[in-house]
Write a protein that binds this ligand. Sequence first.
Ligand code: PRX
Length: 654
Amino acid sequence: MSIRTPESTAHVSYPPPKEFSASAHIKSLDEYRRLYDRSIKDPEGFWGEVATDCHFFKKWDRVVKWNLPDAQWFVGGQTNISYNCLDLQIERGRGDHTAILWEGEPCDDRGEPREIRRISYRELHREVCRFANGLTALGVRKGDRVTLYMPMVPELAIAMLACARIGAPHSVIFGGFSSQAILDRVQDAESHYIVTADGGWRRGSIVPLKANVDEACNMTDLVKKVVVLRRCENEVTMKDGRDVWWHDAVKGASDQCPAEPLDAEHMLFLLYTSGSTGKPKGILHTTAGYMVYTMYTAKLIFDLKPDDVYWCTADIGWITGHSYIVYGPLQNGVTTVMYEGAPNHPAWDRFWAMIARHKVTKFYTAPTAIRAFMKQGTEWPARHDLSSLKLLGTVGEPINPAAWEWYHHNIGHEKCPIVDTWWQTETGGALITPLPGATPTKPGSATLPFFGIDPAIVTKDGGEQKGAASGLLVIRKPWPGMLRGIYGDPERFRKQYWSEMPGVYFTGDGARRDEDGYYWITGRVDDVIKVAGHRLGTAEVESALVSNPKVAEAAVVGFPDDLTGEAIAAFVTLKGGVKPDESIKDELKKHVSSHLGAIARPKDIRFTDALPKTRSGKIMRRLLRELATKGRVEGDTTTLEDFTTIAKLRDDDA
Ligand code: PRX
């Protein structure tokens, strides 16, 4: 485990704009501090009060039960998040308000989108009920895990809300993943049902989602039914008895489907993410705690108001899309924008054109996207009227101050607060983040903990560091949105998050806290790499590499990249008799892409006769990281088995 410290400690501070604070939910740093103190001293009172904004069929008996590592929230209560996103909003008079505003990717010759859909809360309710009834008719029952492998179309949100309505946990798989990833996740979740589409549009091409599902289904008998949405009108093969068109599944289905009252701790969804082993883990979230936490964080962090047109550009295949495209915004009754395709299709101003077209008020994206836009120049955003924007946000990876400043000047025109939100698939919602009307921001810092979040900085041995310090980031108290487990693997859950530093949640991130108590996330300290904000395990990429018959052994590390934050370098030992050359590098890059998806493609592949290992056989990743980053190795190498390996790696590099 290595701890990286941020290079620069110099920083400027931007106070929240006065007009913004005046009408914000949380108006000042004092107000934040008062509420924060209360949330830490009396979490039960605090969260119990917050939860009264949600609808429960049956009120809880107890707000939290904490039996490390197992937390239960709103114990004894019964609720349904689909009810809270739909029925409750209609009861509050939001029925005719646009819930989802969607743009498809394809454009006409003038660059105008061919398809825009505006779906009101009432219409969304109707479609969710019809699909929920359709799923039930196909045999889906409460507790059944339903796999969703879909493009970014409203039907993905409809399918999630339909699953939640009947208590069938969903497992969304990012549309950029391959058939192998589908197979692994379907098998791990023991999922008998898949919902997919004939394809989705991405950068002018069709992503063959159904064909990938077919390939995965050929390798397992688990899947009983596949529902297929017609999106691209391309040819797909429908298997008799197994495959059903979405439009047939909902034909004649009633548009009434009362939401099932579910126990507070009923499993809401699984979302697979990478850890430090080759096997992705199914992060398990439950109903009431996740619901309350996403409702409240979305409301305060994006300062949501009834007329907001809020756009989070993430893919719903990631946690950001779950919490802050679907569940958080809909529980707040606002319009959530969804876009199907690539940020540079048909040109590099697609996002800015969309903001102007729909008068987007709150915009949330990833630092990698901002850096990509920066590279294209300010003329792209300058062509569009961005004056509707009131707030900007970032998520997924550290943002470098230069990108923050660019965003602030060229997109926010210096009037929008920026919320740099730090969180994880496991945390359900943002944990360290500015509150836009209260927190002065410092470019590059995620600032201060959200209500109820009790972070600490510790040393490798678990010793707490007070005041300004660097080290490992842990969270000491449970919070409602936290994961409840790794599906089917309680031991891994305990080991991964609760044993590294006994008694506290270990985030896997390094952080620095400055003299103002602000947190600066320095990145992962485990074997997880963040490429363009996407999370990948080194072991997953390594096992993809060694599944190629030419490869004997492989080690993968992350190294800094100007655009994607980190990129992947792979050190590969080929089998005897295989001659290393450029064509093998290309072959291996393609091999990894086809196994895991394009995001896992190594940027750099280096051949070596052997990998540097410690005497106990552990690959010395620190050395490889240094080689990949600096092209040379410094520091202590005395535990190396074979120094010549390092020398060879260096020579190859020269
Ligand atoms: O390293 C941190 C980084 O992303 C990791 C979590 O990845 P994932 O589960 O895919 O969730 C991403 C979206 C919530 C964290 O351990 N990370 C996330 N947000 C930030 C960040 N690093 C720095 N600053 C952030 N704002």
